[in-house]
Design a binder for this molecule. Sequence first.
Ligand code: ZN
Length: 338
Amino acid sequence: MRGGQAIELLGETIPPGSMRRLLWSGGQSFDGSSDQTPVLVINGTGQGPTLCLTGAIHGDELNGIEIVRRVTQDLEPARIRGAVIGIPIVNLQGFRRGSRYLPDRRDLNRHFPGNPNGSAASRIAWSLFDGIIRHCDGLVDVHTGSLNRTNLPQLRADLRDAKVREFVQGFGGMLVLHNPGRPGTLRYAAARAGIPAVTLEAGEPGRLQSAQVREGTAGIVRLLDTLKIVNRVNLLSEARPVYYQSKWVRADHGGILFSLVRLGQIVEAGDVLGTVTDPISNEQNLIYTPVDGRVIGMALNQMVMPGFATFNLGIAASAVPDEALTAPDAAADDRPEE
Ligand SMILES: [Zn+2]
């Protein structure tokens, strides 16, 4: 609990009841120019937590940039408690090139908490983590599906962590997926440092999608209310999170994938999710769901190889994850994720 006091961030002092637009470079300069990305700090007048919002750690994930912008744009320092720190475009170099990656093809979200003497990615990660994230009492890191995949707006959280479990309840009726998170991600590193953190996934990369942006924004605004940073939404409506375990269904054949379901659809075991057609032999194979569930993520129509993860099914679960259901999956390493 902080607030009602000055925040020292990136060498600047932000007094209570004020807003600052700081610039952070993360040491991302390499040709004499310095790439700087905005860090918006809204420091309230009353006591409360500091919530951090990060977007575009993957430079091509545009929905998060807009979500962070919408959440922070109309926050008035005089009317909030605690503070909000928004970094809409963490990976500015990737963003400029329309790429998920840093210029050296490294994935920034595999290098947290980083190392001041490590690789370029590791130094940028360290600069963000040590310079900004350590000041947070909670973190929402906004992402989208990876290349040619899309996700229903959802939170990914390690629900074995009691602080994280409490944190996700603040988002109201959002869909919550238990996911321990992989080492190197910002969410994982923050949670390890005692900062409750979630990934908010919404939509697909390379696009700005109004429905997904609206839903993601609404979830975070609701969180601001729950944390009593703002007092806007009528909290009388008891919207509760909906919990899922997830299961990826893979294509067993290569070819052209066409989906026969849409994002959010409820399916029953045995239903056909899509077709994969070999364009040379004309042979068609169907992809079935092995379980009852809901389509919470999916590949867009495209050419796929055998083994390609096509549909992510959410299976209703309880808020406290069943360890038996969350045992490490042999295929976890190549599961598409944040
Ligand atoms: Zn991402």
